[in-house]
Ligand binder design. Structure first.
Ligand SMILES: [Zn+2]
Length: 385
């Protein structure tokens, strides 16, 4: 192999690294690119020039408050161009399916939410989701999509793509949602656990973007964790890491849907909150109640207590992986400060002080859209490869 070819491939690799950074960051200046990659400024300039000539990137006007170029004049930002096919996402909750379409860079174009009982009707849920996505594509004039990323609220075996647990999402067990949905949609479908997608969303566009190591907790009808280590979601040897909703709480004997007794989810979930509210707020219709609309002292106390219970489990995880942030998503994460404060107090009480000291604990910046946003971002990333 000649030396020229070697140099050529190194240059190609550098250019692709730079392109990945532009894509993932949503735009960077040449100086920032040089700093982030360790590639010389002149090589960055040449790679960026080629990306622009190829139509894969554009140079955009600087922010007035953007970083300077060294001469005092703000530097132009290089951003990626959405030239590929649009992508799509699906987020199956325990009682909804939310579908969305985005351009090839993952910028959302539109979405629609349908209420269904996902747990017990896997086939019907997938039919409805496919129909909702078809309608959305039609509305946006999209004929072909490059790929779809779909989040489901249960463990997915990364080796087989099958839904794993025999008792969670019972009607989905043994199905291959990627194949089932792929047939219905006529596009490749990637299935991912919803908490992992929430982590991905917050990592790219939310509270996780300033952290390399953090825990994203989807606290909704179940409780799951998306673990980010070294800037990448960590899913374990078979893809099912983060099932923290089935951590046993001491002195709790309530039967869980997983078949065990005393799991975190039996004490803290949207359903258990609604059940408690039925007693404390008999005048409220709690069946579809949005917890973020509650603003009285009794509800705040209940949500704070729920946060403390979650925080007790998270404290042990903090000792284990020393995250820089804990980001609480799902409907419970979006319920307000009372729950987040509860998480904070337990983590500070039970985690090692040195671990808890520098830890940021907050609600998901993307709120209940974290999973859908993460799915669109992941679909865009997959479309580039
Ligand atoms: Zn359980």
């Amino acid at each position: 192999m000649s030396e020229t070819t070697n140099h050529g491939s190194v240059r190609d690799r550098s250019r692709e690294d730079i392109y990945d950074l532009i894509l993932e960051s949503g735009g960077m200046t040449r100086s920032e690119l040089a700093e982030a990659t360790g590639i010389s400024r002149s090589a960055v300039t040449s790679a960026v020039g080629r990306l622009i000539r190829e139509g894969r990137a554009v140079e955009s006007e600087p922010d007035s408050k953007g970083p300077g170029s060294g001469s005092g004049r703000p530097a132009n930002r290089i951003t990626a161009v959405a030239s590929g096919l649009p992508v799509a996402a699906m987020d199956f909750g325990h009682n909804h399916v939310w579908v969305a379409v985005a351009d090839s860079l993952g910028n959302a174009l539109g979405d629609s939410l349908t209420v269904i009982d996902v747990d017990y009707n896997a086939t019907e849920a997938m039919d409805l989701a496919a129909a909702a996505l078809d309608a959305l594509r039609h509305e946006h004039g999209i004929t072909t999509i490059s790929n779809v990323v779909c989040g489901i609220p249960g463990p997915v075996d990364a080796r087989t793509g099958l839904v794993k647990s025999p008792t969670i999402l019972s009607s989905w067990v043994g199905l291959s949602p990627a194949q089932e949905l792929g047939h219905r949609l006529g596009a490749p479908v990637h299935i991912e656990n919803d908490a992992v997608l929430g982590a991905h969303g917050e990592l790219r566009l939310g509270a996780g973007r300033h952290h390399k190591d953090f825990l994203y907790i989807k606290a909704s009808h179940g409780i799951g964790a998306g673990i980010v280590i070294g800037g990448k979601p960590f899913t374990g040897s078979t893809g099912i890491a983060g099932e923290i909703g089935h951590t046993q709480l001491p002195n709790n004997t309530e039967l869980c849907r997983c078949g065990k007794r005393g799991c975190l989810e039996t004490v803290v979930s949207v359903q258990s909150m609604r059940k408690q509210l039925q007693h404390t707020h008999p005048h409220l219709d709690v069946t579809q109640l949005d917890l973020s609309t509650l603003d009285d002292a009794i509800s705040a106390r209940m949500l704070n207590e729920a946060g403390r219970t979650i925080g007790r489990v998270l404290a042990d995880l903090c000792n284990l992986i020393n995250p820089g942030a804990i980001i609480i998503g799902g409907e419970l994460g979006a319920s307000g400060e009372a729950l987040i404060d509860g998480v904070r107090s337990s983590v500070h009480r039970y985690a090692q002080p040195a671990t808890a000291a520098a830890l940021e604990i907050s609600a998901a910046e993307l709120g209940t859209r974290a999973e859908l946003t993460g799915a669109l971002q992941l679909a865009a990333w997959r479309a580039q490869r």
